[in-house]
Design a protein. Structure first.
Length: 185
């Protein structure tokens, strides 16, 4: 039971979990599903969940697997369609946006301009890194470009919460949190 959160947050994930897991962790890329079907089913499932839940649902944008057949859920027009059709707001993960934009071959700011930023209620920030030859959501410490992109994004959104996702030592987390305070005061 969710008692403390004002929202129920879910990944905007159109790939079956096993397909995503195999690609992300095993680098085994299964055939892409029929995205028209999975998108329709996802929207219907989210609507059903929203109707049966007393909390608003936020959908988090996803990074994509590094094969073009699996880019669909990270495309701006798909994100927009799912948010509009499900009547959900967004949990904007900036690192996920950077990964998706890199995979799609577009500038991250252009990518963000193409999604409905006005629906942003919460933002996740973390430091992506190039691993195995591609940009990935690594939950590393924020770097200058991450802070710059957060500042740019905050000029276009009004989130209620900013969450730091980080796997580092407490001292490094505290340092980043102190630096992030300037963005919320």
């Amino acid at each position: 039971e969710v008692t403390q959160s004002p929202w129920l947050s879910l990944h905007l994930a159109l790939l079956p979990p096993f397909t995503y897991w195999m690609g992300r962790f095993m680098r085994i890329y299964l055939p892409a599903p029929d995205y028209r079907k999975t998108t329709r089913q996802f929207i219907e499932n989210i609507k059903s969940l929203s109707n049966g839940c007393n909390l608003p649902v936020l959908l988090e944008n996803m990074p994509c697997l590094p094969v073009e057949a699996h880019f669909e859920e990270a495309k701006p027009d798909v994100i927009t369609k799912v948010l509009e059709c499900s009547n959900c707001n967004m949990l904007l993960d900036i690192a996920h946006a950077r990964v998706a934009a890199a995979a799609l071959g577009i500038d991250v700011r252009e990518y963000l301009k193409r999604i409905p930023l006005e629906r942003t209620v919460q933002i996740h920030v973390s430091g992506p890194r190039v691993l195995a030859g591609r940009l990935q959501d690594a939950h590393e410490c924020l770097q200058k470009e991450d802070y710059d992109l957060l500042e740019w994004t905050l000029c276009r959104t009004s989130p209620q919460v900013i969450t730091l996702e980080n796997r580092r030592e407490p001292e490094l987390v505290h340092e980043q949190l102190n630096r992030l305070r300037k963005f919320i005061t």
